[in-house]
Design a binder for this molecule. Structure first.
Ligand SMILES: *Cc1c(COP(=O)(O)O)cnc(C)c1O
Length: 451
């Protein structure tokens, strides 16, 4: 702990208004402009260690058992929340997720360097764990300091509530969850219920839930856990750092990520930028935000050159976790796209389902959001924007197991606006060895082994 004494963090206005607030204060937006805050680090102090020293330190912590460094997030504690007491950290050793070489899918796209960062291989099955470990840990420290916080709360399209409920339960802090009725998957719905959260289903969409939770958390004893709370960004930013570390500190050419509220792409950029500021890397990957056509306000903003923020009433989409019409982290995401030379692209329901299925047929098990990112990759590759020798990382944001109805619907051919070209229906047979053998022979003849 002593080594971290010199590192300072505080909330500051993202747009640059004056002022600085303790990260242990209950404050979510800038009191001057009403805009987003960010956790500001003392980068000069961090420069006290050389690039080589940081790399060696972080590498030594991967897989470590000494608390809390075995976590992919807390293994980078000095860059996340250096001032927190280890005893208050609430972690399930999230992060350090598999960076999967998608060799066979890459061959199909003539893209040998295709990698998929499997952030869904995590405690609650989505990348939301990365941010929630930070937020809940800070809340625990606030409570230890005697601040009058009684509970944590969020509105959610599913994965945020699952992560908040799990980390809050691990810490013994009550969680109040607002979900849009009938708009999250059964697996996502049962997670906070199982973890003992107060689950309130409102007859509205995500944006409607968000409006309610903002009013509820005006009572400062209920702490807001949505990504407007920039503490979550600090945990999520480790994903970009981790990718670079997994490539032996080489920077990929592209990172494609499915976006909704835009916290994730903001975080990705923030982590990658810190690597550059500390002289560990010397370039930025091009960041691509992938949206569902049914919930595409960021795509529309991009199309008008980011001259103004577009908000929409989102429509139903298979990619339910990114069904957001009024994205909170808009300003930060615009910076991420512009500064990285990135872009925004969208995918239809059919395109995302087909892309997810093609990936599954090479051994993955992709959620619809990952399907959205893959569909965008297919577009960029066929347009020649992503070139054959580029190294591309697609961020898989959730585990496919959380979206069973999507998979079942695809293979049963019942998804709206989706043509199930690669459906693989069950084969019903009598328990007769002859019939079974003949069927197998016929099917093996029809399918050829494609290397
Ligand atoms: C939350 C979420 C996203 C979008 O992240 P934002 O930070 O809201 O842009 C994408 N995919 C999945 C599976 C999610 O849960």
């Amino acid at each position: 702990m002593a080594e971290m004494k010199g590192y300072h963090v505080a909330f500051r206005c993202f747009r640059g208004c004056p002022g600085e607030w303790s990260i242990y204060d209950v404050i979510y937006t800038c009191p001057t402009c009403g805009g987003l805050l960010e956790v500001a680090h003392d980068v000069d102090a961090l420069r006290g260690r050389s690039a080589a020293e940081w790399k060696a330190l972080f590498e030594s912590r991967v897989g470590a058992t000494s608390w809390p460094y075995g976590s992919g997030v807390w293994g980078k504690k000095e860059w996340v929340i250096p001032t927190i007491d280890d005893a208050n950290i609430v972690s399930m050793y999230e992060g350090n997720s598999n960076l999967f070489w998608a060799e066979r899918l890459g061959k199909q796209l003539d893209l040998p360097e295709l990698w998929v960062k499997l952030c869904g291989n995590s405690h609650t099955g989505s990348f939301k764990d990365l941010g929630m470990t930070v937020l809940v840990s800070v809340v625990k420290q606030m409570m230890t300091m005697g601040k009058p916080v009684r509970a944590v709360s969020c509105a959610s399209t599913g994965d945020t509530s699952a992560a908040l409920a799990a980390y809050a339960a691990a810490a013994g802090i009550p969680a109040i969850i607002f979900l849009p009725q009938g708009k999250v998957s059964p697996a996502q719905l049962i997670q906070p219920i199982a973890n003992g959260a107060h689950v309130l289903a409102l007859d509205t969409d995500f944006d409607g839930c968000m409006r309610v939770v903002r009013e509820v958390t005006e009572d400062n004893t209920i702490y807001l856990a949505n990504s407007m709370n920039s503490l979550r960004i600090e945990g999520q930013k480790t994903v970009g750092i981790e990718i670079v570390q997994q490539f032996d500190w080489e920077v990929p050419d592209w990172i494609i990520i499915p976006v909704g509220n835009l916290g994730n792409i903001s975080a990705l950029y923030k982590g990658l930028k810190l690597l550059m500021d500390l002289g560990i890397t010397d370039k930025m990957p091009r960041l691509v935000a992938a949206q569902a056509e049914k919930a595409n306000p960021f795509y529309l903003s991009y199309k008008n050159g980011f001259t103004e923020k577009v908000t929409i009433q989102s429509s139903e989409t298979l990619a339910s976790a990114i069904r957001i019409g009024d994205p909170v982290s808009y300003d930060k995401a615009v910076q991420a796209v512009i500064e990285s030379g990135g872009l925004v692209e969208q995918a239809t329901e059919h395109e995302m389902a087909e892309a997810a299925t093609m990936a599954d047929l090479t051994g993955m098990y992709t959620c619809p959001h990952t399907g959205t990112a893959l569909a965008v990759l297919y577009k960029l590759r066929s347009q020649g924007l992503v070139q054959r020798n580029d190294r591309v990382v697609v961020i898989s944001t959730a585990h496919g197991l959380k979206f069973t109805p999507f998979k079942v619907g695809y293979h049963e051919g019942t998804l709206a606006e989706v043509e199930s070209q690669f459906a693989n229906p069950l084969v019903y047979l009598p328990p007769d060895p002859d019939v079974v053998k003949k069927t197998i022979a016929r099917r093996l003849e029809a399918s050829s082994f494609a290397l």
